[in-house]
Design a binder for this molecule. Structure first.
Ligand SMILES: Nc1ncnc2c1ncn2[C@@H]1O[C@H](COP(=O)(O)OP(=O)(O)OP(=O)(O)O)[C@@H](O)[C@H]1O
Ligand SMILES: [Mg+2]
Length: 260
């Protein structure tokens, strides 16, 4: 894997999984070899957002990840017998399982590996920064102050573990009613303010669309189903991210597992 890029946020429910999935598809459709790993062990979303997936095993007993929309993807959700089971693990088990998602899988040639992270600044984030050499993180935030306050905590954690911020995605930026009026349900301008403050590019500002939610629930994300319409914001983010990774020498370095 050449670049590993987690999608993070201090706060839950801001759209990390939606951004991770659609960004991965947009990157793949823009010509990159893409892997997507769901590291949200407590609430895996990728199985739903990708409409399921079937694992196979190769002759070396490594897992072959399913491929859909041009993306190789894997989720801890595929290993739970019952999709409604909760994973109740402590730090070390969690650390090991995370490594296995990288090491026991036949990923083949991958340019960019997008990781869907759980909310917060806990075990998953710290394990990942210790396990892998990361190219940098994409931060997702909604525009209002309460989300931004949590995002600042996430950024401070990333700084402590030496992970740079590659860019900011502002999600749920506004809703356009049937009469054309834009309602800023979660406020406005927070994403760009944050990007400027931390001197990092704004990759995209994504409005609220019913189609984005429905595409996720139905397992056919808009970056695939509505590329020119509601999916276009993810292509904007993908193109900017490719440019950033191409010009960033440390980000382009071969990602290596730093723990066995
Ligand atoms: N731009 C958007 N427009 C409409 N709905 C959206 C948008 N972004 C996300 N959603 C919806 O909001 C809900 C939360 O999104 P998502 O699951 O991606 O958030 P998350 O940050 O990954 O949550 P968690 O912290 O629980 O992992 C989902 O139902 C998703 O479909
Ligand atoms: Mg999620």
């Amino acid at each position: 894997m050449k670049c590993i890029v987690p999608v993070v946020s201090g706060k839950g429910g801001v759209g990390k999984s939606t951004v991770a999935v659609n960004l991965a598809i947009a990157l793949a459709q823009s010509g990159k070899k893409i892997a997507l790993i769901d590291c949200d062990f407590y609430g895996p979303s990728i199985p739903t957002l990708f409409g399921g997936g079937k694992l196979e095993v190769d002759h070396e007993e490594k897992i072959i990840p399913p491929v859909k929309y041009g993306v190789k993807y894997l989720s801890i959700g595929f290993f739970l017998q019952n999709p409604d089971d909760a994973v109740i693990w402590r730090g070390p088990m969690f650390h090991k399982a995370q490594q296995q998602l990288f090491n026991d899988v036949n990923w083949g040639d991958v340019d960019i590996c997008i990781i869907d992270m759980p909310p917060g600044t806990g075990d998953a984030q710290i394990s990942l920064a210790q396990n892998m050499k990361l190219a940098g993180a994409v931060i997702v935030t909604t525009p209002q102050e309460v989300a931004l306050a949590d995002v600042r905590k996430a950024i401070s954690m990333l700084t402590k573990v030496n992970v740079q911020v590659l860019g900011v995605v502002e999600n749920m930026a506004g809703f356009t009613t049937s009469t054309g009026e834009v309602v800023n349900i979660f406020g406005s301008g927070g994403g760009i303010a944050l990007a400027e403050k931390i001197n990092s590019p704004l990759l995209a500002s994504i409005p609220i669309y019913t189609a984005i939610r429905e595409g996720g629930d139905q397992g056919v994300p808009v970056a695939w189903a509505d590329r020119e319409g509601t999916g276009k914001y993810f292509y904007q983010a993908a193109l900017k991210l490719i440019e950033i990774l191409d010009t960033n020498s440390t980000a382009g370095a071969e990602a290596v597992s730093i723990v066995n």
